[in-house]
Design a protein around this ligand. Structure first.
Ligand code: ACO
Length: 226
C-alpha cells in the first residue's frame, strides 16, 4: 500500500538538527541553508585568525606541556599587534562588545595562549587601572525566572560605590569554545599577575575584571575565591 507521506530515513546520510563544528566550534543547524552559509563564511575566517605561524621574535612569558603564552605590547611590530587585535575582535564579537577601542591602548598588554597545534586558543587583555568597584552579591534567583532570563537580567551587575585600589584591569578574557575548562583562562591570569608589572607579583585583589559576563563572573569568582 502506498501513502502520500514522504518519510525521511535516517541512514546516517546526513546530519539532523543542531550540531557543533568540531574545528571552529560554531553551533548551527545543518538543515538550514542559511545556517550552513553562515557557518561556511565563519569557519575559514575564524581558523585563519587563530592560526599562529610563529614569529622570529616572540615574547614567551610562560610555557606548559600543552602550549605557551606570549605577550604582545602596543609598540611591537605590526604582525604581532595585528594578530593580537584580530583575536581580540573575535573575543569582542563573541562577547557582544560594540566598542572595539580599548580604554587605554598605550598601556594594553595582550596575552595569547598558543596551543601545541599552533592555534591562539586564549586571549587576555590587561590595562592599567587605579581603582575598581566590587560587584555586589545578587539576591536569590526568583523562582519563576529561567536560567536565560536570570543571566540576561544579571548582565548589569550591581556594583559597590566604594572604590577599591586595583592595578591591573582585565578588559577581555576569552578562551576558544572547544578548549574551555582546561585552565587556560587560569593560566593566562596567573601569568598576567606575574608579568604585568615589572618586578612585582600582583595579588588577586589587585586585579579587576571589567563588566564581566555571567561566565566571566563564574570564572572570576572561582579564581579570586570571592
Ligand atoms: N561555569 C561555571 N564555572 C566556570 C565556568 C563556567 N562556564 N568557566 C570557568 N568556571 C570556573 C570553574 O570552577 C573552573 O574550574 P573547573 O573547570 O576545575 O571546574 C574555573 O573557573 C577555572 O576555569 P578555566 O578552565 O581556567 O576557564 P576557561 O579556560 O574555561 O575560560 C572563560 C573561562 C574565559 C570565562 C571562558 O568560558 C570564555 O571565554 N567564555 C566566553 C567569553 C567570556 O564570557 N569571557 C569573560 C568576559 S568578562 C571580561 O572579559 C572582563
Amino acid at each position: 500500500k502506498q501513502t502520500d507521506n514522504q518519510l525521511i530515513i535516517d541512514a546516517g546520510q546526513k546530519q539532523f538538527g543542531a550540531t557543533t563544528c568540531g574545528s571552529c566550534g560554531m553551533l548551527y543547524s545543518t538543515d538550514s541553508p542559511e545556517d550552513n552559509f553562515q557557518h561556511t563564511q565563519f569557519h575559514q575566517r575564524f581558523l585563519d585568525t587563530i592560526k599562529f605561524v610563529g614569529w622570529k621574535k616572540e615574547r614567551v612569558v610562560a610555557e606548559f606541556w600543552d602550549g605557551k603564552i606570549i605577550l604582545v605590547l602596543p609598540e611591537d611590530p605590526k604582525y604581532a599587534t595585528k594578530k593580537a587585535e584580530d583575536v581580540r575582535r573575535i573575543a569582542d564579537s563573541e562577547l557582544g562588545f560594540q566598542q572595539i577601542t580599548l580604554s587605554s591602548p598605550s598601556s594594553a598588554k595582550t596575552y595569547l595562549f598558543i596551543n601545541s597545534d599552533r592555534m591562539v586558543v586564549g586571549c587576555l587583555v590587561a590595562e592599567n587601572v587605579r581603582q575598581a568597584f566590587r560587584v555586589l552579591e545578587q539576591k536569590e534567583k526568583p523562582k519563576d525566572m529561567n536560567k536565560e532570563d536570570f543571566m540576561e537580567h544579571h548582565r548589569a551587575w550591581c556594583c559597590s560605590t566604594v572604590p577599591e585600589k586595583a592595578i591591573c584591569g582585565v578588559s577581555r578574557i576569552w578562551v576558544f569554545s572547544l578548549m574551555r575548562r582546561k585552565a587556560i583562562a587560569t593560566r593566562l591570569l596567573d601569568t598576567a599577575r606575574t608579568t604585568f608589572m615589572y618586578g612585582s607579583h600582583l595579588t588577586k585583589e589587585e586585579i579587576a575584571f571589567s563588566d564581566p559576563t555571567p561566565e566571566g563572573k563564574l570564572f572570576a569568582t572561582k579564581y579570586c575565591e570571592t
